[in-house]
Design a protein around this ligand. Structure first.
Ligand code: MG
Length: 247
């Protein structure tokens, strides 16, 4: 971890970290929802007559706004942009199937990671590309008192979703106009990592899906953990380094 922090500071021209907040992605980090997302995307696209769909592809699109994913897949398959009506119909169906497929499970130890962050005086901020209206209710049920609308960035807040840096830049703003070296990001998806690294933030990947670690490293992650459990075990070291490391 130490070398990762040092190389982050050097690359981004900071002398130290002044950690105030931890920015969390949602799907695949706090919720074990990615298999249901991938299956609902796959089945929706098949229903709408798309052929070049396979599950792994949707893990690579993870984090994008729904309309962007639909546009990219339509362009690849039919050589044109999706109409606004198509975007709406496809995303509505995808959301409907997701609700059928997803049992609502959280990622093991996600709650404990959030508790650790709060207990150490750091602010947890949510940065998701998701645009489900019931999001806040669900978060409040599973992680009571952790997130409020003031500490959440969702699909409704941004013009450009991940991999654009906008969502994570807005997360820094919502954290209290923080500088990039005042936060760290926990992400599971390559496009989310790209977004966070683009915003200049130290980014830790938790590889909870089927992609190889190298995809997350190549996207710019400074460290990769195999699970939220593994991250939780290392959180004390991460916190300690963030308070002491200097160049
Ligand atoms: Mg994710």
């Amino acid at each position: 971890m130490k070398l990762s922090f040092l190389s982050y500071l050097k690359q981004n021209h900071y002398a130290d970290l002044d950690l105030k907040a931890v920015l969390f992605d949602m799907d695949g980090v706090l919720y074990d929802s990615m298999p249901a997302h991938a299956s609902s995307w796959h089945d929706t696209m098949v229903e709408f007559g798309y052929h070049t769909t396979d599950h792994i592809k949707f893990y690579l699109h993870e984090g994008r706004l729904g309309k962007s994913t639909i546009n990219i897949i339509t362009e690849k398959e039919f050589n044109r942009k999706a109409t606004e009506k198509e975007q709406q119909k496809i995303y509505a169906r995808k959301t409907e199937l997701f609700q059928q497929y997803y049992s609502g499970g959280t990622m093991p130890k996600a709650k404990e990671v959030l508790t650790f962050v709060q207990a150490n005086g750091l602010k947890p901020i949510l940065v998701t590309g998701s645009g489900q209206p019931s999001l806040l209710d669900r978060l409040d049920t599973h992680f009571p008192g952790v997130f409020t609308p003031k500490t959440m960035v969702t699909a409704f807040d941004v013009e450009h979703g991940k991999p654009d840096p906008e969502p994570y830049l807005m997360g820094l703003q919502k954290g209290g106009n923080l500088k990039p070296n005042q936060a760290i990001v926990i992400e599971n998806a390559p496009l989310g990592i790209e977004s966070a690294v683009g915003a200049g933030i130290f980014t830790i990947a938790v590889n909870t899906g089927p992609l190889p670690d190298s995809v997350l490293t190549n996207a710019g992650a400074s460290a990769v953990f195999g699970s939220m459990e593994a991250l939780l075990e290392t959180m004390p070291e991460i916190l300690q380094l963030s308070q002491t490391i200097r160049i």
